[in-house]
Design a binder for this molecule. Structure first.
Ligand code: ZN
Length: 211
C-alpha cells in the first residue's frame, strides 16, 4: 500500500490493532481502507450526532471557528460567495455565516446532496469536521480547489494528530468514521501539491489555505 496523500511507500504500521498506517514522509495517519465502516453505517453515525442549534457545545465550536480562524484572517467585505462543504444535518456554520451577511451554499453528501457548487466558484470554502472522514483526500482536494476563485480561501477544521506515540490514547480516532489524521507537515505537503499558501494554522485543529 502507498500513502493516500503523498504516494510514499514508506509506511509504518502502528501497533494499534494493526490497522493504522503512519506515513514517514508526509506524516499522515490513516486507517487501513479494509477497516472502513460501510457508508450506510456512516450515515447512521452522523444522524446520531446531536448536530443542531439546540446543542450549545456544537454552536460554540463554530462560533470559535469564526472568531479564531475566519475573522482575524479574512476580510469578509471581500467575500461574496461561500460554500459550506460537508455541512451536516443542521447547518449551523452556514447559518452563522449568513448572519454575517454572506451568501452561503450548503453541501453535504448525506443531508444536502444537491451539488450546488457545480459551475460555481467561491471566495471562501469552509469544511469543518469533514477532512477526517475523507477516504480519498486528494480527490476531495481536487474538487475543492477547482471551485476556488483566484486568491480565495479554504478554511478547514479537523483535529491534528498528536504523533504516533500518543496516537494510541487519542480520543479523536474513537469515532469509527474518522479515518484520516493530518498534521502540519501533511498539510504543508497538500498545500505545495495544490499551489496553495497556508495563511494561518494553530497546529491543533484550524488551517487556512489561500489559492
Ligand atoms: Zn505520505
Amino acid at each position: 500500500m502507498d500513502c493516500i496523500i503523498c504516494g510514499s511507500s514508506d509506511l509504518e504500521l502502528l501497533d494499534i490493532q494493526n490497522k493504522y498506517y503512519h506515513c514517514q514522509d508526509c506524516e499522515v495517519i490513516f486507517l487501513d481502507p479494509a477497516e472502513r465502516v460501510a457508508q450506510a453505517e456512516e450515515k447512521e453515525r452522523y444522524e446520531g450526532h446531536d448536530n443542531n442549534h439546540q446543542n450549545e457545545g456544537y454552536v460554540k465550536m463554530f462560533e470559535d471557528f469564526i472568531e479564531e480562524l475566519v475573522e482575524p484572517n479574512i476580510n469578509l467585505e471581500n467575500i461574496n460567495d461561500v460554500l459550506e462543504f460537508g455541512c451536516g444535518p443542521g447547518p449551523v456554520l452556514a447559518d452563522l455565516l449568513e448572519a454575517k451577511e454572506l451568501e452561503v451554499d450548503r453541501y453535504d453528501p448525506y443531508f444536502f446532496p444537491e451539488k450546488v457548487f457545480v459551475d460555481k466558484k467561491y471566495d471562501l470554502i469552509t469544511s469543518t469536521e469533514v477532512f477526517e472522514h475523507f477516504s480519498d483526500p486528494i480527490k476531495e482536494m481536487k474538487l475543492l480547489t477547482s471551485h476556488l476563485k483566484e486568491n480565495a480561501y479554504l478554511a478547514v477544521m479537523t483535529s491534528f494528530h498528536p504523533g504516533p506515540e500518543e496516537f494510541e490514547d487519542w480520543w479523536y480516532k474513537w469515532d469509527s468514521t474518522h479515518i484520516v489524521f493530518y498534521n502540519q507537515k501533511t498539510f504543508s505537503k497538500i498545500a505545495s501539491d495544490f499551489g496553495l499558501e497556508i495563511i494561518y494554522t494553530d497546529q491543533k485543529k484550524y488551517i487556512l489555505f489561500k489559492a
